[in-house]
Design a protein around this ligand. Structure first.
Ligand code: SF4
Length: 625
């Protein structure tokens, strides 16, 4: 397909787009398709992107990224959905939702290779003769079930190697959760029965199991086997209770429901789909996606199409966490799909429940999406990916594993201070933070000179002590602050440290009518006139703003501390008997006038060199002040 020239005229493209339904294919400057979307009104949709009415950060990148937009006109919204679906499947564009299954098809496995089988959590079922139960929504959900089931049925929980090497039963035995077969003689038939009961319970036949246990308990009582009856009663009650919890958690429903959860952080999003058949949870799946820069409703709508298109049975009801623009089109498409597959004639409903059990289900799906997000996307891989993204996008000379960020704080030039915070591998390293009292500038608010002084002091010290240098320096501010920081490093002969300025997003009055718009966070690089504007919700910007906010917090806390001490020092001036040493001791203990005013006479008297009489005088003097 033809590739548009880099000087793509977005505004013209919008003007020439028809106000009819269709599909748009966005290409980057190299001609690659990066996103395919559908719209009821193509011109209106594209205009949204042009005017950046969309909060999603991808739109801010459009001008930089886009090489062209192609349109496919359709007769209806539904046809647009079908065409979009086909094209996305064929081209798999970078910014569309990809339904890669997560690795967390978590199951419980009950093997048969060991003489005393146990249940274990596994990622994927294998064809190995073992029994598998699940899938569970998350590893923690599977582990919680495992613990509960082991408790009910007295299965061993130890690994085979532990089992083999025990000389005494472990704590599990002592608390009555395991018969201790690692060492003790245990009734084989009894354990086999426990295994059968476990399988019954895990395959969703807990009610049948509870009835069986109750019948056995009554029979044992009848036969005056009271110990056995008591054991069966405890087991039965525990299972009943658990089933009750399930009944409360999983609603009374005579319909099949799929519940969708969505959790987003920056450009990464996780979805969860809980599948309920007549009120029973029969499955849960989660999907995670990076680089999901388009709006949540578009992403969710896409997920739904991909999910059912690849074969999932269409339920009676879909519970959704947010409203979808194209819900009617989707509903109609799902209805057709259901018919094609010989499903019930009822039209599937898309709902956003507001109250009742269905809201609880939705909360559960949201929680599962969050959990999937944590499981899949957090952690070191993610941190590394963010640093790599930063290196690439800011064109740094190396991976910024140690980043130092500097911020100044003063009020009209008084008590000027600065803070340096350090992030290693994307995480704060508090032990390396440093505070600076700015020298020779009290009363003169000069941000630029302050920045120069701080950077010189920080790097002089590194040169003197041979301590570690950062990979990247971030200064809070625009070109002015950056110039000062660059000059400081240059003057010290430090040339191999990357340095950028981060200018905060601001809200600007944009027209006479007083409407305002928010400028994005901007990154300034030395010798570049224009700032870089990264995707505003990207992990890279989130990391930079986290750094800057942390530096700001750190500097301002130090500033307040200093100001508090100075005010206290002057408040103590002139109190008879409070000389330099006592003043220092009071400053050290209370730090501010406010804290000293609130202190009890006893606390003040306890300060070295003060005593009750002087404490009373101090309180009186501060009370008058
Ligand atoms: S008591 Fe023995 S068999 Fe039971 S869990 Fe402990 S180590 Fe394993």
């Amino acid at each position: 397909m033809a590739t548009d020239a880099p000087a793509f005229d977005f505004a013209e493209r919008v003007r020439s787009a028809p106000e009819t339904p269709g599909v748009y294919l966005m290409r980057d400057r190299k001609g690659r398709i990066i996103y395919i979307g559908k719209a009821r009104n193509l011109r209106a949709r594209l205009r949204q992107y042009l005017h950046q009415q969309d909060e999603r950060f991808f739109v801010h990148l459009l001008r930089e990224l886009l090489g062209g937009i192609e349109l496919v006109l359709t007769q209806s919204d539904k046809e647009a959905l079908l065409v979009e679906n086909e094209l996305v499947k064929r081209h798999q564009p970078e910014f569309n939702v990809k339904l890669r299954d997560d690795k967390n098809f978590i199951h419980l496995r009950l093997g048969s290779e060991h003489a005393w089988p146990r249940l274990e959590v596994v990622r994927r079922p294998k064809d190995d003769g073992a029994r598998y139960f699940g899938p569970y929504a998350s590893a923690s959900a599977a582990r919680a079930t495992l613990r509960r089931v082991n408790g009910f049925f007295g299965l061993r929980s130890c690994r085979d190697t532990v089992f083999k090497n025990r000389s005494r039963p472990c704590l599990e035995y002592q608390i009555g959760r395991c018969p201790g077969m690692c060492v003790l003689p245990v009734d084989r038939a009894g354990y086999d029965e426990s295994l059968q009961q476990t399988a019954l319970f895990l395959s969703g036949r807990g009610g049948e199991l509870a009835d069986g246990l109750r019948a056995k308990m009554l029979a044992a009582a009848e036969a005056e086997e009271f110990e056995q009856a008591a054991r069966l009663r405890d087991q039965w009650q525990a299972i009943e209770k658990s089933l009750e919890r399930q009944r409360v958690a999983f609603v009374e429903e005579d319909r099949d429901i799929d519940v969708f959860g969505l959790h987003r952080e920056g450009g990464r999003v996780a979805f969860a789909v809980l599948r309920l058949e007549r009120g029973h949870l029969i499955g849960a799946e989660t999907f995670t996606q990076s680089g999901a820069e388009f709006p949540d409703d578009e992403a969710l709508s896409e997920l739904i199409v991909r999910f059912y298109d690849r074969g999932a049975q269409v339920p009676d009801v879909l519970l959704l966490p947010i409203a979808l623009d194209d819900d009617e089109t989707l509903q109609s498409w799902l209805h057709d799909l259901r018919q094609e597959r010989g499903g019930p004639r009822r039209r599937p409903q898309l709902q956003q429940p507001q109250r009742g059990d269905r809201v609880r289900l939705l909360e559960m799906a949201q929680e599962n999406a969050r959990q999937a997000f944590d499981d899949q996307l957090r952690g070191s891989d993610r941190a590394l990916a963010t640093l790599e993204g930063l290196r690439r996008k800011l064109e740094l000379s190396r991976l910024p594993r140690r980043i130092e960020c500097f911020d100044n704080s003063n009020i009209q030039g008084t008590d000027p201070v600065a803070g340096m915070v350090v992030f290693r591998d994307g995480e704060p390293e508090k032990a390396s933070y440093r505070r600076f009292r700015i020298r020779g500038m009290d009363g003169a608010a000069d941000d630029f000179a302050t920045m120069y002084q701080v950077l010189v002091r920080r790097f002089e010290r590194a040169q003197r002590d041979g301590t570690e240098l950062p990979d990247l320096v971030v200064v809070d501010g625009g070109p002015g602050q950056l110039r000062m920081a660059v000059a400081a490093l240059h003057d010290l002969g430090v040339h191999d440290v990357d340095i950028v300025g981060l200018a905060k997003a601001r809200t600007q009055e944009s027209d006479d009518a007083g409407s305002s718009r928010r400028t994005p966070e901007r990154v300034y690089k030395p010798n570049q006139q224009h700032p870089l504007i990264l995707p505003q919700q990207s992990d890279e910007v989130l990391l930079l703003t986290h750094l800057r906010d942390e530096a700001h917090r750190f500097a301002i806390t130090f500033h307040r501390e200093r100001r508090g001490k100075r005010t206290l020092a002057s408040a103590l001036d002139g109190i008879p008997g409070v000389g330099k040493a006592r003043k220092a001791a009071l400053l050290q203990t209370f730090g501010s006038v406010r804290a000293l005013r609130k202190a009890t006479p006893e606390a003040i008297a306890a300060v070295p060199g003060i005593g009750p009489a002087l404490a009373a005088q101090i309180q009186e003097a501060l009370g008058r002040a």
